[in-house]
Ligand binder design. Structure first.
Ligand code: RB5
Length: 152
């Protein structure tokens, strides 16, 4: 499985921890930055993560900022991206199973490294159930993307 990782300055340290873990677990990892504590803007990295998935170059993504909130707000603006901000393992697997999330957002200033890795592991190992009710609900989510495209 290919996983794309991105972070702003608030998340880059945790991103490196996640990258080391994923490489150790033999995932194919694409790290789109940032690579230092220098201040950057999280939407610039959210776009890189989302675009990598939309281009079919990665199956799933992980986007990290200080709280995880900005990253999640930004990346969910991209049609076809379904991101969940998860700081517990229940949300991480249920998001995949029910909502077919393709991006996990994390707040590096909210949780510790070990919990983050457990959440990452849970997210990557879960699968969309394909249950009819979830497919129906996701079709409605897709309708929202179409209906409100280009409006603000
Ligand atoms: C950056 O200081 C911080 O605002 C960002 O990492 C994130 O927490 C935004 O939601």
């Amino acid at each position: 499985m290919k996983v794309v990782l991105g972070a702003d300055h608030g998340g880059y340290e945790l991103k490196d921890v996640v990258r080391d873990y994923l490489e150790q677990e033999k995932y194919e990892v694409i790290d789109v930055g940032t690579y230092s504590a220098d201040s950057v803007d999280y939407p610039d990295y959210a776009i890189k993560v989302g675009q990598t998935i939309l281009d079919g170059k990665a199956d799933l993504g992980i986007m990290i900022c200080g709280s995880g909130v900005g990253a999640c707000v930004a990346i969910n603006k991209m049609p076809g991206i379904r991101a969940g901000l998860c700081h517990d393992t229940f949300s991480a697997h249920q998001g995949r199973e029910d909502d077919n999330t393709n991006v996990l957002c994390l707040g590096a200033r909210v949780i510790g490294h070990q919990l983050a890795l457990e959440i990452v592991r849970t997210f990557l190992n879960a699968k969309f159930s394909g249950a009819e009710r979830h497919v129906r609900r996701l079709a409605k989510v897709h309708d929202l993307e179409v209906k409100y495209a280009g409006q603000s």
